[in-house]
Design a protein. Structure first.
Length: 273
């Protein structure tokens, strides 16, 4: 393999749900290099994706010169055991993009012989190209490397950059974990509908369509704030106003959400050690 092709080599380490979502995005957008996937226990979906797109799939790091880009998508607790084997594919010029929750660049740089690191936190809507990823690049990451990371991550949705690494913990708490909060909202809304007398399957259908439809409305009207959209639905003295009086009470949704995000942020910091 020539040095030019080595620079174009993109190695994914781990391809669980999030790694496969990013790979699917790359497949749709067109990968900017030769893609290799290291996953000892590939899912049927991953095998089919690699076969269809010509991505090389292997169970261990292959021999060859260091990759231009390494994307880490393993479970965070696996870093210690996996890092030694990655010496085959990581060199000083390799860009390491990590989506490992709680693993700081300091943790990565002591285990991998690279200088340029991007720490990123995507979320599960990446699987349909509608994710959002918060990212931080260290000072040793060049402008072209940051551009490549932007291209890789944006294949699965929007990318926003933060100026301080510690802000990734807050990103994790808001958007990384956030889809679960929205799914819980749909779950609770369906349960409330059933409690109000609707058949369970109908309540679930109404709640699911309402949450997904409201999300799509926000997506298609970026010029309108969520507060404006809420106000547009709320007639004075009407049914929505009655419900919002409960949700917007002093002990309502806002303080509850603040506590939830703070708990997630605190846990992200704990995981980083």
């Amino acid at each position: 393999m020539s040095s030019a092709s080595a620079a174009d080599r993109i190695v994914f380490v781990g391809a669980g749900k999030m790694g496969t979502a990013l790979l699917s995005g790359l497949a749709r957008a067109g990968a900017p290099g030769c893609v290799e996937v290291i996953e000892p226990h590939p899912s049927t979906e991953l095998v089919a994706l690699c076969d269809a797109r010509g991505f090389a799939l292997c169970g261990a790091p292959p021999a060859g010169p260091p990759a231009g880009t390494l994307l880490l998508a393993i479970k965070p607790q696996m870093l210690e055991s996996v890092a030694p084997a990655l010496s085959k594919v990581v060199g000083p010029e390799t860009l390491v993009v990590s989506i490992l929750a709680g693993k700081r660049i300091a943790d990565l740089s002591t285990r991998l012989a690279a200088r340029a690191f991007v720490r990123a936190m995507p979320n599960t809507p990446a699987a349909i190209g509608r994710g959002i990823t918060g990212a931080f690049a260290n000072a040793q990451t060049s402008a072209p490397q940051r551009g490549l990371a932007q291209r890789l991550l944006s294949a699965a949705g929007e990318v926003v950059w933060v100026e301080r690494e510690e802000l990734i913990d807050a990103v994790t708490a808001v958007s990384g974990s956030g889809p679960a909060y929205v799914f819980l909202l749909a779950e609770c809304l369906a349960a409330a509908g059933a409690a109000a007398g609707l058949p369970e399957d109908l309540a679930a259908r109404l709640a699911r369509a309402t949450v997904s439809g409201a999300g799509e409305l926000m997506h298609r009207t970026p010029e309108l704030s969520p507060a404006t959209l809420r106000e547009n639905v709320t007639s004075p003295g009407g049914t929505t106003a009655a419900a919002l009086a409960v949700l917007m009470a002093q002990d309502g949704l806002a303080p509850l959400m603040t506590r939830a995000v703070e708990a997630a942020k605190r846990r992200a910091a704990e995981l980083s050690g």
